[in-house]
Design a protein around this ligand. Structure first.
Ligand code: GRF
Length: 204
């Protein structure tokens, strides 16, 4: 942890950044006992990055286009380390993390995914749920390992699929739950009252 003694979050995003904003609002309001150490985007024009600038948060980007994965990831790790980041939150970060990255922050990387994992991993999870005919979907906050959307689950929230739903309406209702449970999961991890039982993360 950094000298300031507050846990420092690194946020990685690639796009809109609404999950980042929800976390930032809670941090800035003192509802999460941490500070945002760095906001990083692999897309220099990501709206979420602009928002971080507006909020006066330390932020930066490296364009990932055409860069080899492990080398790129090590540059990102260096940036996060330089900003004394303790925990990493993926918030719409559209890149698969290399094993090298994951090992640098072992069991300290969180992700939010818009389905009830292990159903519908990968891209377009809300579309996948609709197309499959699922009656209930939702979102999952999980720890990140070096497989896609597969690490230990921390929190989930269920969202019913309505007959009239489109990808847009379903995604909007899931997003409300994402914003709620991501901060809840971060708060839990920061309190540190958990233990592992195999893949299970149990409150202590
Ligand atoms: C969210 O649906 C999140 O679950 C997924 O990517 C989307 C990012 O949205 N991983 P935003 O950039 O946080 O608004």
């Amino acid at each position: 942890m950094s000298a300031s003694s507050k846990t420092r979050l690194g946020i990685l995003l690639s796009g809109r950044g609404s999950n980042f904003e929800a976390i930032a609002r809670n941090v800035l309001a003192g509802r999460l006992a941490c500070e945002i150490g760095f906001v990083f985007s692999n897309k220099p024009n990501a709206p979420g990055l602009l928002r971080a600038q507006e909020l006066g948060l330390p932020c930066g980007s490296i364009d990932s286009a055409g860069v080899e994965r492990a080398a790129f990831d090590m540059q990102v790790v260096d940036l996060l380390r330089a900003h004394k980041v303790d925990w990493v939150c993926l918030a719409g970060y559209m890149r698969f993390l290399s094993g090298q990255f994951v090992r640098q922050f072992e069991s300290r990387i969180l992700n939010i995914h818009p389905s009830l994992l292990p159903a519908f991993p990968g891209l377009d999870a809300q579309y996948q749920a609709l197309a499959h005919g699922a009656k209930i979907t939702g979102c999952t906050v999980h720890l990140v390992d070096d497989n896609l959307d597969s690490g230990p689950i921390l929190l989930q929230s269920a969202v019913p699929v309505l007959d009239a739903d489109t990808v847009e309406t379903l995604s909007a209702r899931i997003l409300i739950e994402e914003h709620r449970i991501y901060s809840e999961a971060i708060a839990w991890m920061l309190r540190g009252n958990y233990r592992f039982e195999g893949r299970r993360v149990i409150k202590t």
